[in-house]
Write a protein that binds this ligand. Structure first.
Ligand code: PLP
Length: 379
């Protein structure tokens, strides 16, 4: 049977991972500055994680949400402690799109409204409601076109105000730092205005932290730098270090009702074991501090390379913008220097999204490779 051919693939087959490296079937070692799209948070095959997941699967891997599962509460408590966000409840699901889909649903239930505001270059996932609030017409089927959504320019308070004034908006959904869109971040003033305007007009503010959350920026959540309190926070990628788990944090002011949300697989025993191990390792190994510290180092090294025109992002969510399209450079880094990097919808941007336990020496290796590639080739 063929695989449904939706992914353009690199001709590489990783079969093993360790820390911030992966190895192909011939034992060739690759430096992973992409983290499988910002998913690998604590490093490939971290021993604590392997132990926790292995022990859990050998005792009870799964039971449905019709029974008590104390691992969910354990995960919620550890998440509250490490993130520092208070007075939210946790709902667990399986992916980023599902997290955002549930966030929009909660907002619509709570406000009784249906219109959603999103921003230019936003990416919130590929399922029905969230693809409708993603700024990419090419991935929307006719089926996805029926939602009441409005796209606005990012960082434009006046545009937001004039739409919210209509009082028919359930939610404003935004990525604090846009991932796929190319690492743009609006001003603190804009985020604060968005929070105030949402409160004034009976709309909810949803922070999509699927990519930027879980310590990647050096803060647990990227919105924390801006001093705002979103009504709903969505999470996924780094949450399970590769095990599919997502979730939303819902402000206590929003009451739950039985049947309002639900999932078969969400919050299962194995997913919780993975999620708890991730939080324990982030805390024990001070990975948020590592992300913050290394960010400065990357920025300093990047400034030494004249072909880099702009450095975007924060922590270990960094974009290096060149004055040429980077597809050939990324291929060169991968096949000739064994380094994985990421792309963005801005074709001149090379994205760096490594495991959070990466070290300075790995960036030294990357910048040497980058300099060598840029010297040898005219991209
Ligand atoms: C900010 C953001 N939100 C949502 C998603 C969708 O997550 P998933 O692919 O797990 O559905 C992504 C995926 O790249 C993302 O970057």
């Amino acid at each position: 049977m063929d695989l449904f051919d939706v992914y353009p693939l690199y001709d590489i087959t990783p079969v093993k991972g360790e820390g911030c490296h992966v190895f192909d079937e011939n034992g060739k070692k690759y430096l992973d500055l992409y983290g499988g799209h910002a998913v690998i948070s604590i490093g490939h095959s971290h021993p604590d994680y392997v132990k926790a997941v292995s022990e859990q699967v050998s005792t009870l891997g799964f039971y449905s949400n019709s029974i008590k599962n104390p691992l969910q509460q354990d995960l919620a408590d550890k998440l509250e402690e490490l993130s520092g966000v208070k007075d939210y409840s946790l709902f667990l699901c399986n992916s980023g799109a599902e997290a955002n889909e549930n966030a929009l649903k909660v907002a619509s239930f709570h406000t009784g409204k249906s219109r959603v505001i999103y921003f230019e270059k936003a990416f919130h996932g590929r399922t029905s409601g969230v693809v409708a609030v993603t700024d990419n017409e090419g991935i929307k089927a006719p089926f996805n076109q029926g939602h009441r959504v409005t796209r606005l320019p990012f960082d434009d308070t006046e545009a937001l105000k004039s739409e919210l004034k209509k009082n028919d908006v359930a939610a404003v959904i935004f990525e604090v730092i846009q991932g796929v869109g190319g690492l743009d971040e609006a001003s603190s003033e804009f985020y604060k205005n968005a929070e105030e305007l949402c409160h004034a007009h009976g709309s909810l503010l949803i922070a999509d932290e699927v990519q930027a959350g879980y310590g990647r920026t050096g803060d647990f959540f990227a919105f924390q730098k801006h001093g705002i309190r979103p009504d709903i926070i969505s999470m996924a990628k780094g949450m399970g270090n590769g095990f599919p788990i997502g979730g939303i944090l819902i402000d206590h002011k929003i009451p739950a009702k039985h049947g309002m949300l639900g999932t078969t697989f969400g919050g299962n025993h194995l997913a919780c074991a993975a999620g708890i191990a991730v939080l324990d390792v982030i805390k024990k190994e001070k990975l948020m501090e590592n992300a913050a510290e290394l960010s400065g180092y990357i920025q300093q090294k990047a400034k030494e390379i004249p072909q880099i025109k702009k450095i975007k992002g924060r922590g270990l969510m960094i974009g290096l913008e060149f004055d040429f399209e980077v597809a050939a450079l990324r291929k060169d880094l991968l096949f000739n220097y064994q380094i994985f990097t990421g792309a963005a919808s801005n074709k001149k941007l090379l994205r760096i999204l490594p495991p959070l336990n990466i070290q300075k020496k790995h960036f030294d290796e990357f910048f040497e490779a980058l300099k060598s590639a840029l010297k040898k080739n005219d991209y």
